[in-house]
Design a protein around this ligand. Sequence first.
Ligand code: C5P
Length: 248
Amino acid sequence: MPAALPSIPHGGLSYRNGDPRQRLIVALDVSTAAAAQKIVAAVGDSALTYKVGMQLYTAEGPQVVRDLVASGRRVFLDLKYHDIPNTVGAAVGEAAKLGVSMLTVHSSGSGKMLRSAVEAAKTCPDLIVLAVTVLTSMDGSDLEKIGIRGTVEDSVVRLATIALANGCQGVVASAREASTLRAELGDAFAIVTPGVRPAGSKVGDQVRVVTPAEAIASGASYIVVGRPITEAADPAAEARAILGQISG
Ligand code: C5P
């Protein structure tokens, strides 16, 4: 069974002393459990943690999570909860029962909602609650239309500050946001960074991409990589190449 996720240093570069697999999360953005299992089998022991998001969870439900956990994998349940505190707390309680290691909530749901999520997660000491700040699909004019003034960066820092003040153990952030968040808020929290592409791979629909090494250097604790691994001819080799890039 892999070691618990929180053993990973949140910031800095101390990953160099550890197993780089602790930092890699493979996104299972597929619509069937069979397709997910095929990827997990192909990756083998080159990754320890898998992200289950809305697509796979909506298609297959909690059993896909239970099966991953039962097989010794860690699960990052990325359902971005955002509802009244009581409902979010109850959902986090159910996620904790599934045995997930990380999950996401929207920081904009308010401090009360975040505290309810964090409280519910305490039933499972190794479960990390991560806050989503501003979706990277949104820009300044989108924020303005919903009544939020200031730059996207201001909102990211403000929402991350609220998340940490209310007990969340980390945030999801692009590499660019990660360096700002480390500069403003320090090292004592986890940053999970998607939009990562190994040098030389297809960019796909990700607009701003960084390499694994750049993401870690920007302050990411964990990187999320989907299609470069899941659509590779040899997913295990691709995962190993990424691990090499973050330990080299
Ligand atoms: O296949 P790819 O590596 O682009 O997958 C990235 C994963 O990270 C997807 O599951 C996507 O939903 C998620 N994500 C992202 N950008 C964000 C937040 C999450 O790509 N800003």
